[in-house]
Design a protein around this ligand. Sequence first.
Ligand SMILES: C[S@@+](CC[C@H](N)C(=O)[O-])C[C@H]1O[C@@H](n2cnc3c(N)ncnc32)[C@H](O)[C@@H]1O
Length: 236
Amino acid sequence: MINTSLPIVPQDSTDQREIFATALVRQAPLPERLNTVLLEMEKAARDEGIPVIGRLEGAIVRTLTALRGDTTTRVLDIGTAIGYSALWLAYALPEGGKVTSIELDPERAARAADFIDRAGMADRIEILVGDAFELIPHLGAYDLIFQDIMKHRYFGSDPSLATELLKLSKAHLEVNGLLMIDNAFCGGGVVAGDAAEHSNELVGVRNMNQALAEDPDFDGVILPVRDGLWIARRTA
Ligand SMILES: C[S@@+](CC[C@H](N)C(=O)[O-])C[C@H]1O[C@@H](n2cnc3c(N)ncnc32)[C@H](O)[C@@H]1O
């Protein structure tokens, strides 16, 4: 069901500026229980080739989420893997905040549940197992949505799905809500040349980038860190 032979963006970059920023972020104090589990997850991700956003992007996601303060209590995390991004999101939320995280692979979802429990965040994160395209239409509205499934879902598949997921996310995002989408550069492919000559995945991500950039209901920008992180506020 899941194509595990896909290229994985390394969690730690070779860019000297990102290495410097990541080293500083590693020194930031975190609750010991949370940090112990995050370190274990980072090791598992490296050893087993599990794609996670890594420490630098984790800290960016946490900071952007925390900046929203009490306006953000309902978060949707699309693509749980082993729960790494869900933990950063949950940690940033105010009291009473909750992350709903969706994962297609039941084994990964089970590992995520175990890590999340050990990090002491089980009361803040709910994992739904299934296909995001089937589950999201049954969910409510969110203050923040983090999308991180594109690499898996679109490679060699239908290039229109990336834009469909954007539409689905928009339909479940409150006005003034924040949409974050990882892998906007699609491994660098969308920057390198004419995506139309490349894979369905590249075409899909390029079209999604264009649709989001042109959408009058969003203000946003791709942060050029790691593989490109869209941050876009729904304005209307
Ligand atoms: C890049 S990983 C997510 C990493 C996670 N956000 C993190 O940083 O910790 C993408 C995950 O999305 C899952 N996935 C792929 N297609 C999906 C779909 N249609 N619905 C739900 N999950 C999906 C994959 O099984 C994979 O575990």
